[in-house]
Ligand binder design. Sequence first.
Ligand code: UDP
Length: 475
Amino acid sequence: MEQKQLNVAIISSPGIGHLISFVELAKILISRFNFTITLILPSRVNDQPSEAQSSLLSSLPNAISYVYLPPIDLSHVETDDLDVVISLVVVHSVPFIRDALSALPRLVAVVTDLFGTPVYDVARELGVPPYLYFFTNAMYLLFLFHLPKLHETVSCEFRDMVDPVILPGCVPIHGKDFEDGLQDRKSEAYSWIFYHLKRYGLVEGILINTFLDLEPGAIRGLQTEDPNRPPVYPIGPIVRSGMDMGCKVGGLECLRWLDQQPSRSVLFVSFGSGGTLSYDQLSELAIGLEKSGVRFLWVVKGPNEESSFGSYYNGHDQDESFGFLPNGFVNRTKDRGLLISSWAPQIEVLSHKSTGGFLTHCGWNSILESVIHVMPLIAWPLYAEQNMNATILEEGLEVALRPEINKHGIVEADRVAKVVKELMLGANGRRIRNLMKELSDCAKRAISETGDSTKSLNDVASEWMLAKAKECSNI
Ligand code: UDP
């Protein structure tokens, strides 16, 4: 019986956010369609998997296996830019990916994330249809498809564009909010973004982690016929449901601490798996949280002056002395604030009755998890497409407040305190909670047995099974 199961290969490029999204998709493919899944994990020399990643992989169900590919040595590469490094890791891993895929029996599909496009030729060579799982939002995908036109028609750098980009049914997107990789047209990152974008057309279909009621305009835009675009299937929200990443002592402690706080009184502060702040910004955030008088649970990573994704590649656990925070801060706030180094059990925190708001870096997983758990947001984007996500939240869906940034790019403490109080104690926070509740109901409908997203994924999986059945009957 076992060997009759059909196999789906997933190539997850470096980044625990990618892996989390894929694992959730994999679990649904197993439970609903009885596939087995092979996760193929390219990596870079010296990037150690974080404890959270190891914990996630060690708690996988039997039907999901994983293989780490030989790490790629990029010591000669000077940049740490995400688009460049991740793309190079995948490109150099292609021979290993070919070997791994060739060894898999009854393979029905190869699914990659947005950096996995170099794999599509290999998949075709092996006669297996490649798919892209785009686990951020529909507006960003629509924007990417529009990018070649912008490249041709705009002559300045995008951040200097006077008019925003208007995509049908979407909020206006200002050039300064494009991701960093697009802000320098001569950069390597820029070339890589276009490299991947051109290859999206090579897949059989694009699965996207969103749902119709969340992004009706963008999804309709993507589903209008275009011979250059593969079919797009909105299958979300696919988010984790709970305690599946293990929960080390810090995590359990923080849940016990939350148990003792009043209902909806705690602001959860986290910049995702990779986000880091400069020393000055960390200090302003700390003082602002203190000034707000609001209870908080803060996942604090050490300061990083060079990049806003300083813990992306190496999410190592850090020392818990928090010596980089303002003098006396830890002591002064110990009765109403809890600090955690590096990793929190986010699903459990967001679903806890004491949590009343989330200051987030606007990673798409975090946004969808907040929708499901009806969590009002403060949007504090840092890198990748997060500025656009923040715009969707603030201007499109109106479910987030955004603190004002000064001319040096810093959110000052008073601004932090103001926005935190508004979200946690003000009328705006209540308004946002009501809107989030409506979105949450729509999200749950989309993934219910008869929901649109469920149907979309059923369509894709049925195609995989049918194609295999035809192939076998031809043998
Ligand atoms: N996450 C978590 N604990 C943390 C930080 C992140 O459980 O302390 C999880 C979070 O719930 C989400 C994922 O890691 O599922 C982060 O994905 P997201 O797209 O929000 O941001 P990224 O980290 O990829 O930038």
